[in-house]
Design a binder for this molecule. Sequence first.
Ligand code: LMR
Length: 394
Amino acid sequence: MLSNLKEQPKDKILGLMALYREDPRPTKIDLGVGVYKNAEGVTPVMRAVKAAERKLVEEQTSKSYVGLAGDPAYSEAMCDLLLADSVDRARLAAVATPGGTGAVRQAFELVKMANPDARVFVSDPTWPNHVSILGYLGIPVVKYRYFDTETRAVDFEGMMEDLADVTSNDVVLLHGCCHNPTGANLNLTQWQSVIDLINDKGCLPMIDIAYQGFGDGLEEDAAATRLVASSVPQLLIAASCSKNFGIYRERTGLLIAIGEKAENTAVTQGNLNHLNRQNFSFPPDHGARVVTEILTDPALKADWMAELEEMRLGMLGLRQQLADELQKLSGSDRFGFIAQHRGMFSQIGTTPDKVEILRADHAIYMVSDSRLNIAGLNAHSVPVLAKAIIDAGI
Ligand code: LMR
Protein backbone atom coordinates (compact mmCIF):
# COMPACT_ATOMS: atom_id res chain seq x y z
CA MET A 1 0.00 0.00 0.00
CA LEU A 2 2.70 2.48 0.95
CA SER A 3 4.18 2.15 -2.53
CA ASN A 4 1.10 4.06 -3.79
CA LEU A 5 2.36 7.19 -2.12
CA LYS A 6 3.31 10.06 -4.40
CA GLU A 7 6.02 12.57 -3.73
CA GLN A 8 4.67 15.70 -1.98
CA PRO A 9 5.46 19.22 -3.15
CA LYS A 10 8.40 20.66 -1.25
CA ASP A 11 7.72 23.44 1.24
CA LYS A 12 9.73 26.32 -0.20
CA ILE A 13 10.69 27.76 3.18
CA LEU A 14 11.79 24.48 4.74
CA GLY A 15 13.50 23.37 1.50
CA LEU A 16 15.62 26.50 1.68
CA MET A 17 16.66 25.69 5.27
CA ALA A 18 18.10 22.38 4.05
CA LEU A 19 19.91 24.00 1.11
CA TYR A 20 21.46 26.58 3.43
CA ARG A 21 22.67 23.92 5.86
CA GLU A 22 24.41 22.05 3.03
CA ASP A 23 26.14 25.14 1.59
CA PRO A 24 29.85 24.98 2.57
CA ARG A 25 30.58 28.67 1.83
CA PRO A 26 31.65 30.38 5.10
CA THR A 27 30.23 33.73 3.95
CA LYS A 28 26.68 32.40 3.53
CA ILE A 29 23.82 34.52 4.89
CA ASP A 30 20.51 32.95 5.94
CA LEU A 31 17.53 35.24 5.32
CA GLY A 32 15.11 32.34 4.85
CA VAL A 33 13.00 30.76 7.57
CA GLY A 34 11.26 33.09 10.01
CA VAL A 35 13.46 32.61 13.04
CA TYR A 36 14.87 35.52 15.03
CA LYS A 37 18.66 35.73 15.26
CA ASN A 38 20.79 38.17 17.22
CA ALA A 39 23.83 39.99 15.81
CA GLU A 40 25.93 36.86 16.40
CA GLY A 41 23.52 34.77 14.35
CA VAL A 42 22.22 32.96 17.43
CA THR A 43 18.54 32.30 18.20
CA PRO A 44 18.73 32.86 21.96
CA VAL A 45 16.59 31.34 24.68
CA MET A 46 15.07 34.51 26.12
CA ARG A 47 16.08 35.38 29.70
CA ALA A 48 12.51 35.18 31.03
CA VAL A 49 12.02 31.81 29.32
CA LYS A 50 15.15 30.42 31.02
CA ALA A 51 13.98 31.76 34.38
CA ALA A 52 10.47 30.34 33.93
CA GLU A 53 11.92 26.98 32.93
CA ARG A 54 14.17 26.92 36.00
CA LYS A 55 11.14 27.65 38.15
CA LEU A 56 9.18 24.87 36.48
CA VAL A 57 11.96 22.34 37.01
CA GLU A 58 12.02 23.28 40.69
CA GLU A 59 8.32 23.52 41.35
CA GLN A 60 6.44 21.30 38.89
CA THR A 61 5.11 18.29 40.74
CA SER A 62 3.49 16.29 37.94
CA LYS A 63 3.48 15.83 34.22
CA SER A 64 0.14 14.08 34.13
CA TYR A 65 -2.40 15.08 31.46
CA VAL A 66 -3.94 18.51 31.79
CA GLY A 67 -7.05 18.73 29.61
CA LEU A 68 -7.97 18.73 25.94
CA ALA A 69 -7.98 22.52 25.80
CA GLY A 70 -4.68 22.80 27.69
CA ASP A 71 -4.27 24.79 30.88
CA PRO A 72 -7.05 27.41 31.24
CA ALA A 73 -4.50 29.75 32.85
CA TYR A 74 -2.55 29.75 29.58
CA SER A 75 -5.63 30.65 27.51
CA GLU A 76 -6.50 33.40 29.94
CA ALA A 77 -3.01 34.89 29.96
CA MET A 78 -2.81 34.77 26.17
CA CYS A 79 -6.27 36.30 25.76
CA ASP A 80 -5.16 39.14 28.06
CA LEU A 81 -2.08 39.66 25.89
CA LEU A 82 -3.94 39.51 22.59
CA LEU A 83 -7.33 40.94 23.35
CA ALA A 84 -7.14 42.91 26.61
CA ASP A 85 -10.74 43.96 27.36
CA SER A 86 -11.86 44.26 23.73
CA VAL A 87 -14.38 41.44 23.96
CA ASP A 88 -16.71 39.80 26.47
CA ARG A 89 -14.81 36.67 27.55
CA ALA A 90 -18.09 34.77 27.99
CA ARG A 91 -18.31 34.70 24.16
CA LEU A 92 -14.87 33.20 23.82
CA ALA A 93 -13.73 29.58 23.54
CA ALA A 94 -10.05 28.64 23.26
CA VAL A 95 -7.71 25.68 22.98
CA ALA A 96 -3.96 25.37 23.22
CA THR A 97 -2.48 23.99 20.01
CA PRO A 98 0.88 22.71 18.79
CA GLY A 99 2.25 26.04 17.58
CA GLY A 100 0.57 28.66 15.44
CA THR A 101 0.38 26.14 12.61
CA GLY A 102 -1.68 23.85 14.86
CA ALA A 103 -4.05 26.74 15.57
CA VAL A 104 -4.39 27.52 11.86
CA ARG A 105 -5.05 23.88 11.05
CA GLN A 106 -7.66 23.48 13.79
CA ALA A 107 -9.33 26.74 12.73
CA PHE A 108 -9.68 25.55 9.14
CA GLU A 109 -11.04 22.21 10.34
CA LEU A 110 -13.55 24.02 12.54
CA VAL A 111 -14.65 26.07 9.53
CA LYS A 112 -15.14 22.88 7.53
CA MET A 113 -17.21 21.34 10.32
CA ALA A 114 -19.33 24.49 10.60
CA ASN A 115 -19.79 24.93 6.86
CA PRO A 116 -18.51 22.33 4.37
CA ASP A 117 -19.12 24.85 1.54
CA ALA A 118 -17.01 27.62 3.00
CA ARG A 119 -14.32 29.23 0.89
CA VAL A 120 -11.35 30.92 2.51
CA PHE A 121 -10.14 34.23 1.09
CA VAL A 122 -6.39 34.67 1.58
CA SER A 123 -4.10 37.56 0.75
CA ASP A 124 -2.00 37.24 -2.37
CA PRO A 125 0.64 36.49 -1.26
CA THR A 126 0.21 34.81 2.12
CA TRP A 127 2.22 32.36 4.23
CA PRO A 128 2.48 29.40 1.80
CA ASN A 129 1.39 26.92 4.46
CA HIS A 130 -2.04 28.61 4.68
CA VAL A 131 -2.72 27.63 1.09
CA SER A 132 -1.12 24.23 1.53
CA ILE A 133 -3.24 23.28 4.57
CA LEU A 134 -6.42 24.54 2.90
CA GLY A 135 -5.61 22.44 -0.16
CA TYR A 136 -4.93 19.42 2.02
CA LEU A 137 -8.31 19.83 3.72
CA GLY A 138 -10.05 20.35 0.37
CA ILE A 139 -11.24 23.85 1.29
CA PRO A 140 -11.51 26.19 -1.72
CA VAL A 141 -9.08 29.10 -1.62
CA VAL A 142 -9.79 32.51 -3.15
CA LYS A 143 -6.92 34.97 -3.35
CA TYR A 144 -7.46 38.67 -2.83
CA ARG A 145 -4.99 41.28 -4.06
CA TYR A 146 -2.82 42.55 -1.23
CA PHE A 147 0.64 43.66 -2.29
CA ASP A 148 1.39 46.39 -4.79
CA THR A 149 4.56 45.16 -6.50
CA GLU A 150 5.39 48.69 -7.64
CA THR A 151 5.18 50.53 -4.32
CA ARG A 152 5.68 47.41 -2.15
CA ALA A 153 2.85 48.73 0.04
CA VAL A 154 -0.65 47.30 0.50
CA ASP A 155 -2.80 47.44 -2.63
CA PHE A 156 -5.78 48.47 -0.55
CA GLU A 157 -8.02 49.36 -3.45
CA GLY A 158 -7.38 45.98 -5.10
CA MET A 159 -7.92 44.21 -1.79
CA MET A 160 -11.30 45.84 -1.21
CA GLU A 161 -12.37 45.22 -4.80
CA ASP A 162 -11.57 41.51 -4.48
CA LEU A 163 -13.18 41.20 -1.05
CA ALA A 164 -16.40 42.55 -2.57
CA ASP A 165 -16.93 38.95 -3.82
CA VAL A 166 -17.08 37.53 -0.29
CA THR A 167 -20.37 35.97 0.79
CA SER A 168 -21.78 35.03 4.19
CA ASN A 169 -20.52 31.48 3.51
CA ASP A 170 -16.90 32.57 3.40
CA VAL A 171 -13.96 33.17 5.69
CA VAL A 172 -11.58 36.11 5.25
CA LEU A 173 -8.10 35.35 6.56
CA LEU A 174 -6.12 38.39 7.73
CA HIS A 175 -2.69 38.78 9.29
CA GLY A 176 -3.07 40.58 12.63
CA CYS A 177 0.28 42.36 12.25
CA CYS A 178 3.66 41.98 10.53
CA HIS A 179 2.26 40.48 7.33
CA ASN A 180 4.08 37.32 6.25
CA PRO A 181 5.64 37.37 3.65
CA THR A 182 5.39 41.00 2.54
CA GLY A 183 5.96 43.12 5.68
CA ALA A 184 3.31 45.56 4.35
CA ASN A 185 0.42 46.20 6.73
CA LEU A 186 -2.96 47.90 6.86
CA ASN A 187 -3.35 51.03 8.96
CA LEU A 188 -6.21 51.20 11.47
CA THR A 189 -8.42 53.25 9.13
CA GLN A 190 -8.04 50.54 6.50
CA TRP A 191 -8.77 47.86 9.10
CA GLN A 192 -11.99 49.71 9.92
CA SER A 193 -13.01 49.58 6.24
CA VAL A 194 -12.30 45.84 6.17
CA ILE A 195 -14.39 45.40 9.33
CA ASP A 196 -17.26 47.34 7.72
CA LEU A 197 -17.06 45.08 4.67
CA ILE A 198 -16.99 41.94 6.85
CA ASN A 199 -20.04 43.10 8.79
CA ASP A 200 -21.80 44.07 5.58
CA LYS A 201 -21.16 40.65 4.02
CA GLY A 202 -21.78 38.64 7.19
CA CYS A 203 -18.70 36.47 6.58
CA LEU A 204 -16.40 35.01 9.23
CA PRO A 205 -13.07 36.81 9.75
CA MET A 206 -10.01 34.88 10.87
CA ILE A 207 -6.83 36.50 12.14
CA ASP A 208 -3.45 34.80 12.13
CA ILE A 209 -1.16 36.60 14.57
CA ALA A 210 2.32 35.15 14.90
CA TYR A 211 4.54 38.22 15.38
CA GLN A 212 2.97 40.32 18.13
CA GLY A 213 5.73 42.58 19.47
CA PHE A 214 7.89 42.44 16.34
CA GLY A 215 6.26 45.36 14.52
CA ASP A 216 5.37 48.57 16.35
CA GLY A 217 5.21 47.15 19.89
CA LEU A 218 3.21 44.59 21.88
CA GLU A 219 0.13 46.78 22.36
CA GLU A 220 0.33 48.44 18.92
CA ASP A 221 0.59 45.07 17.16
CA ALA A 222 -2.55 43.83 18.92
CA ALA A 223 -4.56 46.95 18.09
CA ALA A 224 -6.05 45.63 14.83
CA THR A 225 -6.98 42.27 16.38
CA ARG A 226 -8.65 44.07 19.27
CA LEU A 227 -10.49 46.42 16.92
CA VAL A 228 -11.83 43.47 14.93
CA ALA A 229 -12.74 41.54 18.11
CA SER A 230 -14.72 44.49 19.44
CA SER A 231 -16.53 45.12 16.14
CA VAL A 232 -17.63 41.78 14.66
CA PRO A 233 -20.08 39.14 15.90
CA GLN A 234 -17.79 36.15 15.23
CA LEU A 235 -14.05 35.75 14.91
CA LEU A 236 -11.34 33.08 14.82
CA ILE A 237 -7.83 33.93 16.02
CA ALA A 238 -4.80 31.69 15.51
CA ALA A 239 -1.93 32.89 17.69
CA SER A 240 1.65 31.73 18.00
CA CYS A 241 4.18 32.11 20.82
CA SER A 242 7.02 30.71 18.72
CA LYS A 243 8.52 34.03 17.72
CA ASN A 244 7.76 36.52 20.48
CA PHE A 245 8.77 34.07 23.22
CA GLY A 246 11.45 32.43 21.03
CA ILE A 247 10.12 28.95 21.86
CA TYR A 248 9.86 27.66 18.29
CA ARG A 249 10.41 23.98 19.00
CA GLU A 250 8.09 23.87 22.01
CA ARG A 251 5.09 24.21 19.69
CA THR A 252 3.01 26.75 21.59
CA GLY A 253 -0.07 28.23 19.98
CA LEU A 254 -3.66 29.13 20.78
CA LEU A 255 -6.87 29.00 18.80
CA ILE A 256 -9.60 31.40 19.94
CA ALA A 257 -13.17 31.25 18.65
CA ILE A 258 -15.39 34.19 19.51
CA GLY A 259 -19.08 33.56 18.98
CA GLU A 260 -22.03 35.88 18.72
CA LYS A 261 -23.78 34.77 21.90
CA ALA A 262 -22.38 33.57 25.22
CA GLU A 263 -24.93 30.75 25.36
CA ASN A 264 -23.20 29.06 22.38
CA THR A 265 -19.72 29.16 23.89
CA ALA A 266 -19.96 25.71 25.54
CA VAL A 267 -20.79 24.06 22.20
CA THR A 268 -17.95 25.90 20.44
CA GLN A 269 -15.55 24.90 23.22
CA GLY A 270 -16.73 21.31 22.91
CA ASN A 271 -16.00 21.36 19.18
CA LEU A 272 -12.52 22.76 19.73
CA ASN A 273 -11.80 20.11 22.38
CA HIS A 274 -13.14 17.43 20.03
CA LEU A 275 -10.82 18.59 17.25
CA ASN A 276 -7.83 18.46 19.59
CA ARG A 277 -8.86 14.95 20.66
CA GLN A 278 -9.14 13.75 17.08
CA ASN A 279 -5.81 15.16 16.00
CA PHE A 280 -3.45 14.76 18.95
CA SER A 281 -5.49 14.56 22.18
CA PHE A 282 -3.67 16.86 24.58
CA PRO A 283 -1.75 19.89 23.32
CA PRO A 284 1.93 20.30 24.28
CA ASP A 285 2.22 21.79 27.75
CA HIS A 286 5.78 22.90 28.41
CA GLY A 287 5.85 26.01 26.22
CA ALA A 288 2.36 27.01 27.33
CA ARG A 289 3.36 26.74 30.98
CA VAL A 290 6.50 28.81 30.37
CA VAL A 291 4.38 31.50 28.68
CA THR A 292 1.88 31.45 31.56
CA GLU A 293 4.66 31.77 34.16
CA ILE A 294 6.04 34.78 32.30
CA LEU A 295 2.76 36.54 31.67
CA THR A 296 1.51 36.11 35.25
CA ASP A 297 4.72 37.09 37.04
CA PRO A 298 5.24 40.88 36.86
CA ALA A 299 9.06 40.70 37.09
CA LEU A 300 9.36 37.97 34.45
CA LYS A 301 6.88 39.76 32.21
CA ALA A 302 8.79 43.04 32.47
CA ASP A 303 12.04 41.29 31.57
CA TRP A 304 10.43 39.45 28.65
CA MET A 305 8.94 42.70 27.36
CA ALA A 306 12.30 44.47 27.64
CA GLU A 307 14.11 41.75 25.71
CA LEU A 308 11.38 41.57 23.07
CA GLU A 309 11.59 45.33 22.68
CA GLU A 310 15.38 45.11 22.19
CA MET A 311 14.77 42.55 19.45
CA ARG A 312 12.13 44.71 17.80
CA LEU A 313 14.28 47.83 17.88
CA GLY A 314 17.24 45.85 16.54
CA MET A 315 15.18 44.74 13.54
CA LEU A 316 13.96 48.30 12.95
CA GLY A 317 17.57 49.51 13.02
CA LEU A 318 18.57 46.87 10.47
CA ARG A 319 15.67 47.90 8.24
CA GLN A 320 16.79 51.51 8.31
CA GLN A 321 20.45 50.58 7.72
CA LEU A 322 19.52 48.42 4.72
CA ALA A 323 17.24 51.09 3.25
CA ASP A 324 19.99 53.72 3.71
CA GLU A 325 22.67 51.48 2.21
CA LEU A 326 20.49 50.73 -0.82
CA GLN A 327 19.67 54.40 -1.18
CA LYS A 328 23.39 55.16 -1.27
CA LEU A 329 24.25 52.41 -3.76
CA SER A 330 21.26 52.83 -6.07
CA GLY A 331 21.11 56.61 -5.85
CA SER A 332 17.33 56.32 -5.56
CA ASP A 333 14.61 55.94 -2.93
CA ARG A 334 13.14 52.85 -4.50
CA PHE A 335 14.11 50.67 -1.51
CA GLY A 336 12.63 53.07 1.06
CA PHE A 337 9.79 50.61 1.62
CA ILE A 338 12.15 48.35 3.60
CA ALA A 339 12.19 50.91 6.42
CA GLN A 340 8.40 51.26 6.24
CA HIS A 341 7.63 47.54 6.43
CA ARG A 342 7.14 45.95 9.83
CA GLY A 343 7.91 42.60 11.41
CA MET A 344 10.47 40.01 10.55
CA PHE A 345 9.99 40.08 6.80
CA SER A 346 10.12 42.28 3.73
CA GLN A 347 9.28 41.10 0.28
CA ILE A 348 11.63 43.03 -1.94
CA GLY A 349 9.61 42.25 -5.05
CA THR A 350 12.01 40.62 -7.45
CA THR A 351 11.88 37.49 -9.61
CA PRO A 352 12.83 33.94 -8.53
CA ASP A 353 15.70 34.17 -11.08
CA LYS A 354 17.24 37.12 -9.29
CA VAL A 355 16.74 35.41 -5.93
CA GLU A 356 18.59 32.44 -7.39
CA ILE A 357 21.46 34.71 -8.50
CA LEU A 358 21.76 35.98 -4.93
CA ARG A 359 22.01 32.40 -3.71
CA ALA A 360 24.34 31.07 -6.40
CA ASP A 361 26.70 34.05 -6.71
CA HIS A 362 26.54 35.60 -3.25
CA ALA A 363 25.50 32.74 -0.89
CA ILE A 364 22.53 34.85 0.22
CA TYR A 365 19.46 32.77 0.96
CA MET A 366 15.98 34.27 0.74
CA VAL A 367 12.66 32.65 -0.14
CA SER A 368 12.02 32.44 -3.91
CA ASP A 369 9.16 34.95 -3.64
CA SER A 370 11.92 37.42 -2.56
CA ARG A 371 10.93 37.43 1.13
CA LEU A 372 13.89 38.20 3.32
CA ASN A 373 14.16 37.73 7.06
CA ILE A 374 15.46 41.02 8.47
CA ALA A 375 16.51 39.26 11.69
CA GLY A 376 18.96 37.15 9.68
CA LEU A 377 21.05 40.29 9.09
CA ASN A 378 23.54 42.16 11.24
CA ALA A 379 25.43 45.44 10.87
CA HIS A 380 28.18 43.68 8.87
CA SER A 381 25.98 41.69 6.51
CA VAL A 382 23.68 44.60 5.60
CA PRO A 383 26.23 46.24 3.25
CA VAL A 384 27.04 42.80 1.76
CA LEU A 385 23.35 42.21 1.00
CA ALA A 386 22.85 45.73 -0.35
CA LYS A 387 25.78 45.38 -2.73
CA ALA A 388 24.59 41.94 -3.88
CA ILE A 389 21.08 43.32 -4.55
CA ILE A 390 22.50 46.08 -6.72
CA ASP A 391 25.02 43.76 -8.44
CA ALA A 392 22.19 41.34 -9.27
CA GLY A 393 20.36 44.18 -11.02
CA ILE A 394 17.39 44.19 -8.65
C1 LMR B 1 8.13 31.25 8.27
O1 LMR B 1 7.21 31.80 7.66
O2 LMR B 1 9.29 31.22 7.86
C2 LMR B 1 7.85 30.62 9.61
O3 LMR B 1 6.53 30.83 9.97
C3 LMR B 1 8.28 29.21 9.69
C4 LMR B 1 7.38 28.28 8.95
O4 LMR B 1 6.89 27.36 9.61
O5 LMR B 1 7.17 28.45 7.75
